[in-house]
Design a binder for this molecule. Sequence first.
Ligand code: PMV
Length: 313
Amino acid sequence: MVEASAPGKIILFGEHAVVYGRPAIAVPLSQLRATAVIQPNPQSGVQLIAPDLGMSASLQEAVPDDPLAAAIHQIQRAANIAQWPDMIVTVSSQIPIASGLGSGAAITAAILRALAQYLDLPYLLTDEQISALTYEVEKIHHGTPSGIDNTVVAYERPVYFVRRQPQNLIEPFAVGTLLRLLVADTGVSSSTKLVVGDVRRQWEADPSQFEALFSTCGEIAVAARQAIERGDLPEIGQLMTRNHQVLQTMTVSSLELDRLVQAAQQAGALGAKLSGAGWGGNMIALVTMETETAVRQALLQAGARHVLLTTLI
Ligand code: PMV
């Protein structure tokens, strides 16, 4: 039996603009993980079991765009596998789905890692390979993913990311001081594909306005990386709040997200913004040890379903 896992993620700066080649920053959310377990199947065939997704099917029965089956097909292509051993692939995840925390990418990366171990394919086990294969699966579900989700989930480190040809720029970087982030869930699920599609329509209708908005997000991400490296908490917070304002102009925020962002600010957070595609999902607030409790309470009072603390160093 083998077991492998991958973390969730949060986008600290630059969502959406990253699809259009601007820099963005994402960090792993290591306390929320997706896990894949592979064991021999006493019966013949490959069985896929995912209790959290309400799924139990054989590989042949799975619909073509099933995310579990898609991960298995990626390994099959990459390693030229003609015949699968009889095995049971069980996937579980603590990461809420459709909420901007990278659940899809984490589930895929966990399955890929577990399969590569089970089949003894060490050359597929590098972070780079896992990220590249996860990206292929992300494309099925998200249309035009930037590649930031699969990167941070596979590398499990804070990354400064720029989508570009022929190769993305991926720079892991140091965090200068402890960052305390509260991650609050609106409880509203949202489809990344729909939000990304809506931004594309707006960009097509008014390219100069949207190019300018994306560039502002890119400048914020560059400044944020420097502020994070030197540990300048007030500056990081201000940049988060500015990034949220630009995302509001792009119309990817929502009443629930804005309410949580405002509640966090009023309760003393250094900054707050939505995280991920928007229209629902999660927001993040930068707090200190002193403000953490007040901000958490304010978020819950303003309607957050869950609030969790993550720290980065
Ligand atoms: O998967 P989500 O909801 O965290 O959104 C990903 C971030 C986007 O920038 C909106 C899309 C992308 O592919 O980078």
